[in-house]
Design a protein around this ligand. Structure first.
Ligand code: SF4
Length: 226
C-alpha cells in the first residue's frame, strides 16, 4: 500500500501563547528523540565549517564529508586555499555539484578572509554575509556551530518544510520563516533547534514520504496523516 501523504487540510491556526506552547512541545519532544543532534558537516574549525557549508548547497552532508578531507589536506588554511587555482579546487569538489560556482565562492571566500580579516573567519553576521558564497543561512550555521553564538535560526529545506507542517508559519521565504520562528523559541536553543528539525526531516518527516505512523509528533502535528 502506498504511504499516506500528510494531510493537506489547513489546521486551525494557533497564535500567541497557544502557538508558543505548541512550538515548545514540539521542541521538547524532538530534543528527547534526538539527544545527540548536531551539525553533520565534518569540520575542525570555523574555516572548515564555512567552506563545508558553502559546498553543502544542493548537496548532502555525507557527500560534502567525502570531499572535504582531500580539500583540507591540500589547502588546510584560508591562506593556502587563497593561493589555489580555480581548476584544482573544481577537480576536488566536483562531486558536490554546481562545482564551478562553489569553487569560485570558496576561493573568493579564502582570499577575502585573508585580505580583510587577517586570515580568520569573522564572528559577526554583517561581516560574514559580505563574504563570497555566504548568505544568512550559512552565516547562522557558522555562528551557531563554530562560535556558539545564537544570532539566528538556520532555515534550510528541512526547517522550512517542517515549520509549515508543524503549523508554525505559513511563510515560504527562508528569511521570513526565520523571523516567524525566532519569537517562538528561547534564544539559547536556536542552533540546537535547527539540528533537531533537520534530523527529524532526514529521519522521519521526509519531503515525499513522511513516516507519520512512527513519528513522536503524530498527536500534535497538524499535518499528520492519521
Ligand atoms: S512531523 Fe511527524 S506527524 Fe507531522 S507530517 Fe511529519 S512525520 Fe507526519
Amino acid at each position: 500500500m502506498a504511504a499516506k501523504k500528510p494531510a493537506t487540510r489547513r489546521p486551525a491556526r494557533l497564535r500567541g501563547d497557544a502557538l508558543r506552547a505548541h512550538a515548545l512541545e514540539i521542541q521538547r519532544r524532538l530534543a528527547a528523540t534526538y539527544p545527540d543532534a548536531h551539525c553533520e558537516l565534518t569540520h575542525r574549525n570555523p574555516f572548515e565549517l564555512a567552506v563545508a557549508t558553502v559546498l553543502s548547497a544542493q548537496c548532502t552532508d555525507a557527500r560534502v564529508n567525502m570531499v572535504t578531507p582531500e580539500l583540507f589536506r591540500r589547502w588546510p588554511t584560508p591562506q593556502a586555499l587563497a593561493q589555489a587555482s580555480l581548476e584544482a579546487i573544481e577537480a576536488v569538489i566536483k562531486s558536490t555539484g554546481f562545482y564551478r560556482n562553489k569553487a569560485k565562492s570558496i576561493l573568493g571566500l579564502a582570499q577575502q578572509v585573508v585580505a580583510t580579516h587577517g586570515g580568520e573567519i569573522p564572528t559577526e553576521m554583517d561581516a560574514l554575509v559580505r563574504l563570497p558564497g555566504i548568505g544568512r543561512k550559512t552565516a547562522n550555521v557558522v555562528l551557531g556551530n563554530a562560535f556558539g553564538r545564537n544570532e539566528g535560526i538556520v532555515v534550510d529545506t528541512h526547517v522550512a518544510r517542517l515549520s509549515a507542517r508543524f503549523g508554525l508559519t505559513r511563510e515560504t521565504d527562508p528569511v521570513k520563516i526565520e523571523q516567524a520562528l525566532i519569537p517562538l523559541f528561547p534564544r539559547e536553543s536556536w542552533t540546537q533547534l535547527s539540528h533537531l528539525m533537520i534530523w527529524h526531516g532526514r529521519r522521519t518527516c521526509a519531503a515525499l514520504r513522511p513516516r507519520c505512523g512512527d513519528c513522536v509528533l503524530v498527536d500534535c502535528c497538524p499535518s499528520a496523516a492519521l
